[in-house]
Design a protein around this ligand. Sequence first.
Ligand code: GYE
Length: 324
Amino acid sequence: MLKRISVLVLAGLTAMTVASCGSGGSGGGSGDGAITMGFSQVGAESGWRTANTKSVQDSAKNAGITLKFSDAQQKQENQIKAIRSFIQQKVDVIAFSPVVESGWDTVLKEAKDAKIPVILTDRAVDSKDTTLYKTFLGSDFVEEGRKAGKWLVEEFTSSTDPVNIVELQGTTGSAPANDRKAGFAEIIGADPKFKIIASQTGDFTRAKGKEVMEAFLKSNPDIDVLYAHNDDMGLGAIEAIEGAGKVPGKDIKIITVDAVKDGMQALADGKINYIVECSPLLGPQLMDLAKKVVKNEQVPARVVTEESTFTQEQAKQVLSTRQY
Ligand code: GYE
C-alpha cells in the first residue's frame, strides 16, 4: 500500500531556506550529476528503525544515489564522528536522523562552512539557527501523542474512577520521546482522573521495555493502562505483564506508536488495544529532496509524513498487506 504524504510548506521558513542555500555539493558529484549521500542512522534499536534503514538503502539505489551509510548505535558522539567524516570525504549531501535533539550546532556549522547541505530525516534538532539544515522530513510526533491520548479519553469516557497510567518513554532527549510525551499529556491533562503514576525510558528497545515494565509492575499493583512510545517497548512489556500473571489488552490496556508488523500482530491478537502509526518509509522522499538541495533548488522547510491509527479490528484487516 502506498503511503499518502502531505507536504506542509511554511511560507516564512521556506523563504529563509532559500536565502540560506549554499553553492551545493562540492564532492563526489564532480559536475557529472552523480550524487553521494552520507547518511548517519540512529542505530538498529527497533523494527521501525530496520524498516527505515531498508527504505533509505533501497531508495538510494533506485535513485542512483551513492550511499555512505553509518550506524551510530544510539550514540550522539558516533553521529558527530560520522558527519565529520562525511565532510572530510566531501560528500554532496548529508542526511541524518539525530538520536537526541540538542548539541548539534557545532558540527552542523562545520557542514555549512564546507557548503555541504544537510537534511534532517525522521527526528528534529533544537538548533535555533534553522539555516544549519535545508529541511526536516518526518512525522509530527506531538500529534502522534495526541492521537494516543484521544483514544484513551474515549475508551474511559464513562469511567469516573481514577485511571492509572504507566508510560514507557523513548530514548531520553530524543524528539519522538519528548513530543509523544507532550502530546499525550496535553490531551489527558484535561481530566484529572487520568494519572501517570510512573514514567521511565525504555530506550525504544524490547529488552528495556520488558525490564522497566517488570519494575513498574512490582511497585504498582494497580496499573490500568500502559502507554509505550513505540511497539517494541510495548512488546517487551507484554512479556513482563504475562510473566506477572496478568492479561495484556484486558487487565492492562496498551497503546503504542509505530504500527510495525509485530505490533500489528499483537494488536490483532488482542494484546495491544490501539496503535498510532508512524511511517518509516521515508527513503523515496529523502532522495527526491537530496536531488533538489544538491541542485540548489527550493525545498519546503518541513515535510510531514501523513499517518493514521489502528484499532484491533483494523489491524486484522490490514495485517496481511503490511510491508514492514
Ligand atoms: O518510533 C522508534 C524508533 O524516531 C520515529 O525511533 C522514530 C522512532 C520510532 O526507535 O521505534
